[in-house]
Design a protein around this ligand. Structure first.
Ligand code: ADP
Ligand code: ZN
Length: 665
């Protein structure tokens, strides 16, 4: 085997063959990272396979090999190949995604720590004695772990039912088997407490990988895994690629979360990749959620996954009581739509008196999502995106939430010169301002993208809330998940209609998940919690299921709707996006593509479009889409790849493929 096929971090699907010079022959193996001449430059590439004979007659020589063990295990290569085929993404790009960014830029001088077997000095908190429900769940999980073959267990457990505790006991068992564990969390900063608990329980053998770490730190953690010093890898979706060689378990916490989907090439779904990796490495997967993705629950119902259910909170703590506040009624007395009901402010006051804490949730940052002229109706929009710009206070500017461009606040209407503009709608800053006015003595903090830009801001806000210094926490998505503050007895959802107005078939599911997550922040201690959902659509099935906190009620009604329209899980989707300018050119390219897919894909594929994307323009580029629906159990990836390979790419129009998209806007 004197030759090697290399893949480079370039958007090309093929590999390139090279001669391995004699002095490197004993070192180069599958998965090695090597330097080789590429075009007129030299490039680092990865050895996919060793060859007796190259495919081409003229080959160049490999120049150098990176120090340390091979960066890819054979199993990871297998996974990369699957991802490349399934997500229609060049292998080189997939390999690139699998490594922590900095790994590719430099090799840290490995200060080789003496090989320490993990010491037993970890600060174990003594684990809780599991309750009956947890024990039953553990029984099944342990059985699967003992069998040591590929399997997926879905843990459907209400918030506070002790899922995390089950993760911890499962990890312990896998470590005792001498195997390694990956724990995926939606985002470290959103689930600090889960991560903390894993670290507290297992100490030094935990490798943490997340985007806020410096490049050097991330490489160090990666290398600790390679050397076998770390046995548990915790991180967001990319942690699924942690280079363990003896994987026994992958846990996907909050498996329904959208952040598991990468929105740039390769557009992979971290949860699904976790399942494939486990399949290749004969490991067990635990998916955990209070609101499983419809597809996951469906798979469990079909018998593809094991299902364990935790219906009760631990220690017989009651579920919070969820009430809906009908904003149409609340507004009547005012003669206009209000955004802060009397019911909600009364309840907040009550909590403040009892020295309990409050969380207010609104999925919209800024002060007001729209500024318009009361005289001529002109709305201030971002010219690059055709979307209303959001008014932000403090720095007093208008911001486009799509492209982040800013403009100063106009002093008069740009169209009719009317001297006063109206700020319409409510964002987190406006709630903050309102609360400061009506509750001058309460201490509150706002947590959203704007208030957490500085380092540690996140932790500081949460710390002040934990200590009780802050009584009211106002925030976006950031506060919806994972937080466990026992003194919070009221959660207010400012508006449960926002999300549902978006034209996306998953919006109902997304809203239900969000409402359930937020509701789960209330009453986690000994005191009973209340949740108030302000809405204009109290009779919507999603709101009613959220009020009943009944996942199955939601699941059943949603499934009927999906079945009628043959949406996932009754079909699968690939979305094709066309982006560029001028618009007629974009339309033309989309039309050409639609002719091709209709011709070459199996006739069972339903082709929708081309049509304008719901967000029709971003940063001056026009957006069109084609949506392909195809039956489960059938694969359109190969014919689709051929279509794409033969397609004449237009310089002006970018074509992007999204397999299993989570969002169609
Ligand atoms: P989930 O992940 O389902 O939200 P957790 O595992 O975080 O639930 O459990 C909620 C709280 O209850 C945590 O503070 C946890 O330490 C505690 N807990 C979990 N299991 C038990 C148990 N069997 N007995 C007592 N407390 C428990
Ligand atoms: Zn914009």
């Amino acid at each position: 085997m004197n030759y090697a096929r290399l893949f480079f971090e370039v958007p090309l699907k093929q590999g390139f063959d090279y001669l391995i010079p004699e002095h490197l022959r004993s070192q180069v193996v599958e998965g090695s990272r090597v330097l080789a001449p590429f075009g007129r430059a030299r490039k680092w590439g990865y050895v996919k396979e060793l060859l007796v004979k190259p495919d081409v007659s003229e080959v160049k020589e490999i120049l150098e090999i990176a120090e340390g063990p091979p960066v890819f295990t054979p199993a990871l290569f297998q996974l990369a190949q699957w991802m490349s085929d399934y997500y229609l993404s060049p292998l080189g790009m997939v390999l690139r995604t699998m490594l922590p960014g900095p790994f590719r830029k430099f090799r840290s001088a490995t200060s080789r720590v003496k090989e320490t077997l993990f010491e037993e000095e970890n600060e174990m908190e003594s684990p809780h004695l599991l309750n009956e429900e947890q024990k039953k769940a553990q029984g099944l999980i342990f059985k699967r772990l003992d069998e040591a073959i590929f399997s997926v267990v879905l843990i459907h457990g209400v918030t506070g039912s002790g899922k995390t505790e089950l993760y911890l006991s499962s990890i312990e068992k896998v470590l005792a088997q001498g195997k390694d564990v990956i724990v995926l969390v939606p985002e470290i900063s959103l689930t600090p407490q889960t991560v903390e608990r894993v670290k507290n329980r297992f100490g030094k053998i935990v490798a943490l990988m997340h985007s806020r770490m410096s490049e050097g730190e991330r490489v160090k953690e990666w290398e600790r895994i390679q050397r076998g010093e770390a046995r548990i890898g915790v991180g967001p979706r990319s942690a699924v690629f942690a280079p363990f060689r003896n994987l026994g378990l992958i846990i996907v916490d909050e498996e329904h979360e959208r952040t598991y989907k990468q929105e740039e090439m390769p557009r992979y779904q971290g949860r699904d990749v976790a399942i494939m990796r486990a399949k290749f490495e004969r490991a067990v997967v635990l998916l955990g959620s209070a609101t499983p993705a419809l597809e996951s629950y469906f798979n469990a119902e079909q018998g593809k996954y094991d299902l364990v259910t935790l219906l009760k909170r631990v220690m017989n703590r009651p579920m919070p009581e969820v009430r809906v506040v009908d904003m149409r009624k609340e507004s009547e007395a005012y003669g206009r739509l209000i955004s802060f009901s009397k019911t909600l402010s009364d309840e907040i006051n009550e909590r403040l008196k009892r020295r309990e804490q409050v969380i207010l949730f609104l999925n919209r940052r800024g002060y007001a999502p729209m500024v318009l002229c009361p005289k001529c109706g002109h709305v201030i929009i971002c010219v690059e995106c055709d979307q209303a710009m959001t008014y932000h206070r403090n720095r007093e500017y208008m911001l486009c939430h799509l492209c982040e461009s800013q403009i100063p606040i106009p002093q008069k209407c740009p169209k009719c010169e009317h001297p006063r503009l109206h700020r319409l709608g409510v964002g987190t800053q406006r709630i903050e301002t309102h609360l400061e006015k009506i509750l001058p003595h309460a201490t509150l903090r706002r947590m959203d993208t704007d208030s957490t830009r500085t380092k540690d801001a996140h932790e500081k806000i949460l710390q002040s809330f934990r200590s009780g210094e802050v009584q009211i926490l106002v925030g976006t998505q950031m506060i919806a998940k994972g937080l466990d503050f026992p003194n919070v007895t009221l959660v207010g959802v400012m508006s449960a209609d926002v999300a549902m107005s978006l034209p996306d078939f998953r919006m109902g599911e997304h809203t239900f998940q969000l409402l359930t997550q937020v509701a789960g922040r209330s009453g986690r201690g000994d005191k009973k919690g209340v949740v108030l959902i302000q809405t204009l659509t109290p009779f919507h099935p999603v709101i009613r299921a959220a009020m009943a906190q009944d996942y199955l009620q939601f699941y059943k009604s949603e499934l009927v709707y999906r079945k009628q329209l043959v949406y996932p899980p009754f079909s699968r989707i690939v979305s094709m996006e066309f982006e560029g300018k001028p618009e007629p050119k974009v339309i033309q390219v989309a039309k050409e593509m639609s002719v091709l897919v209709k011709k070459h894909l199996p006739s069972s594929t339903r082709v929708f479009g081309p049509h304008q994307a719901p967000i029709s323009k971003i940063k001056g580029k026009f957006r069109w889409q084609i949506i392909l629906f195809y039956p489960r159990g059938q694969s359109i990836h190969e014919p689709l790849r051929r279509v794409l390979d033969d397609f004449n790419q237009d310089r002006l129009v970018k074509v992007m493929i999204d397999v299993d998209p989570v969002s169609l806007i």
